[in-house]
Design a protein around this ligand. Structure first.
Ligand SMILES: Cc1cc2nc3c(=O)[nH]c(=O)nc-3n(C[C@H](O)[C@H](O)[C@H](O)COP(=O)(O)OP(=O)(O)OC[C@H]3O[C@@H](n4cnc5c(N)ncnc54)[C@H](O)[C@@H]3O)c2cc1C
Length: 337
């Protein structure tokens, strides 16, 4: 059976493994101790909160089918997304056409389900630092452990990390240099995502607010209590995602300083001063949060001759769970072919 190494166990890498579940031996290498990547969930004091992707929404039939096949506990987010502008004027904004899904235990469940349905092996806490191409591919982690040989190699980390892997690769090929140059130019924006918990309910006519003119320090405020099973009755939990400029500028500050500023901003925006004093918070830093544009698919596909493939939101051109998953499923299908 073909053996496949996948770097990164976000939904794209897990999509590769799921598509190949009957056709290949797949091993995923993941630098953290969990799977799901930016489809991530925090849990604290009886609350569950999605810290990266807020939900998965799909008009792609195949992705919807996979998500449905894997979920007996998917939950629909209640309420719609409204907008606000630089002046903090809130408007009944976006018309929601497709339903928004997460899971009772958070969106991270999607990654866990993909992994178990795929039957793939996963090496967690394995940060890959070196790729090597002889007749076949091998990969090495930061501890110097080498894993080889692989018939096929799939790279799924965000583009800036994939570019640095290509840069450090022991692979003498003009295509490798061209790919490194190109992938290194796919820009990502940074987002600080802050969970703020309150021991009281917060009643509003919307699930979330998004900054429509991109001129506010806050990019998004979501009410986790609109997700069934996430927040106990009598409490509330806001997930506030700060704008890229603000996030980059404040990235290295202490968690408590960041949370205090973010809570003040939330209190102003929602016109409720009680929101300035959460009883607990959680700060999550996403250096490579969302791609601003995509890569050239034709160039990426040229690497398939060398048994090298790419998947991820940046390969599709937009930061959305369903696109990342589709990109992984497609890459897996092409290997199976
Ligand atoms: C704050 C925020 C809000 C978002 N909101 C939404 C939303 O509401 N709806 C939506 O659809 N999408 C949303 N997204 C985007 C969505 O989360 C991503 O597009 C999607 O999860 C990307 O999946 P991926 O597999 O391509 O990448 P990732 O999830 O980043 O997976 C890549 C994996 O590779 C691992 N990795 C990196 N480097 C290495 C290495 N050297 N060795 C081994 N492993 C490595 C990483 O740890 C990670 O697990 C949001 C993202 C963020 C950050």
């Amino acid at each position: 059976m073909t053996n496949v190494a996948v770097v990164g166990a976000g939904v794209a890498g897990l999509g590769v493994a799921y598509a190949l579940r009957d056709d290949a031996d797949v091993t995923l290498f993941e630098r953290t101790d969990r799977v799901g990547g930016r489809a991530a969930t925090g849990a604290q004091a009886g609350c569950v909160y999605d810290t990266g992707a807020n939900y998965v929404k799909s008009d792609d039939e195949r992705v919807s089918r996979v998500v449905r096949e894997l979920s007996d506990d998917a939950v629909e987010v209640a309420g719609s997304v409204w907008t606000f502008d630089a002046d903090e004027t809130i408007s009944e904004g976006r018309d929601e056409d497709a339903p928004k899904w997460t899971y009772r235990d958070g969106i991270e469940t999607l990654g866990e389900r993909l992994l178990s349905a795929s039957g793939a092996s996963v090496q967690t806490d394995a940060r890959i630092t070196t790729l090597r191409r002889d007749e076949r591919w091998s990969v090495e982690d930061a501890e110097g452990n080498e894993f080889s040989p692989w018939d096929e190699l799939v790279l799924t980390p965000p583009a800036p990390i994939t570019a640095s892997l290509l840069d450090a690769a022991d692979w003498d090929d003009d295509l490798g240099r061209e790919l490194r140059e190109h992938v290194g130019h796919v820009p990502y924006r940074t987002i600080l995502s802050v969970a703020l918990h309150y021991p009281f309910e917060l009643d509003r006519p919307y699930y979330a607010l998004v900054n429509a003119d991109k001129a506010h320090d806050v990019g998004w405020v979501g009410r986790e209590s609109c997700k069934p099973g996430h927040v106990p009755a009598g409490e509330s939990l806001l997930v506030v995602q700060m704008a890229p400029g603000w996030s980059a500028e404040h990235y290295d500050r202490d968690d408590s300083d960041i949370a205090a500023s973010v809570a003040d901003s939330a209190a102003d925006l929602l016109s409720d001063h009680a929101l300035a004093a959460p009883d607990w918070f959680d700060v999550i830093r996403w250096r490579d949060a969302l791609p601003n544009s995509g890569a050239n698919g034709d160039l990426l596909r040229r690497a398939e001759d060398r048994n090298l493939r790419f998947a991820g939101d940046w390969a599709e051109g937009d930061g959305q769970v369903h696109l990342a998953l589709r990109s992984g499923l497609d890459a897996g299908d092409r290997i199976a072919e």
